[in-house]
Design a protein around this ligand. Structure first.
Ligand SMILES: CC(C)(COP(=O)(O)OP(=O)(O)OC[C@H]1O[C@@H](n2cnc3c(N)ncnc32)[C@H](O)[C@@H]1OP(=O)(O)O)[C@@H](O)C(=O)NCCC(=O)NCCS
Length: 155
């Protein structure tokens, strides 16, 4: 993700989330947050999805992942999450965590396919409707040095 992507990110953000991040928040992520890594998914020159994480020591915290509504259900969320997990592994991360709304069964199902498991809840985490967050963790598979890149553990 670059600064030029942010206007398109705003479209996805407002479509996907009831508590969307601001342009300023994304600018800050790209310029000041040294822990942050963001990637975008493009189709025919248009931005159709993005995902982000904070990598701290050996733990990666997913900040957000979203696919434009018309492109959902086509396997692109899986591709995007796989790409971000591969990136985290490359960066030396051992574990990944995230929070997800307790009502967001689609996202929970996506995460569980990649080895995420629930470990608890944060009560009233979301300020719009005080919904609980499910906390999920996953152990990232580690590649031996020189191991073939092709094929992920979760293919
Ligand atoms: C969550 C999100 C990124 C998934 O992207 P997607 O491209 O639709 O997902 P995929 O087509 O790759 O599907 C991946 C898996 O997610 C689950 N899933 C996706 N849509 C689903 C739905 N409507 N109902 C139930 N499960 C669903 C399934 O487990 C699916 O795997 P399957 O195809 O093998 O059944 C997308 O729905 C989205 O942008 N949602 C809004 C933002 C959001 O909630 N982000 C997560 C915040 S924690």
């Amino acid at each position: 993700m670059t600064m030029e992507d942010i206007p398109d990110i705003m479209l996805i953000e407002h479509e996907a989330f009831t508590l969307p991040w601001s342009e300023e928040a994304f600018r800050n992520e790209l310029t000041h947050n040294h822990f942050a890594r963001y990637l975008v998914m493009e189709h025919k020159g248009s931005l159709i999805g993005y995902a982000g994480m904070w990598n701290i020591v050996d733990e990666s915290h997913v900040t957000n992942i979203a696919i434009r509504t018309v492109y959902r259900g086509l396997g692109l969320g899986k591709r995007l999450l796989r790409a971000m997990m591969d990136w985290a592994i490359e960066l030396g991360m051992l574990r990944m965590t995230l929070e997800v709304r307790i009502s967001n069964l689609a996202a929970q199902s996506l995460y569980s396919k990649f080895g995420f498991y629930p470990v608890g809840t944060r009560k009233g985490y979301y300020s719009d409707n005080h919904e609980d967050a499910v906390i999920m963790w996953c152990e990232l598979p580690q590649r031996e040095y020189g191991e073939e890149e092709e094929g992920s553990e979760w293919d």
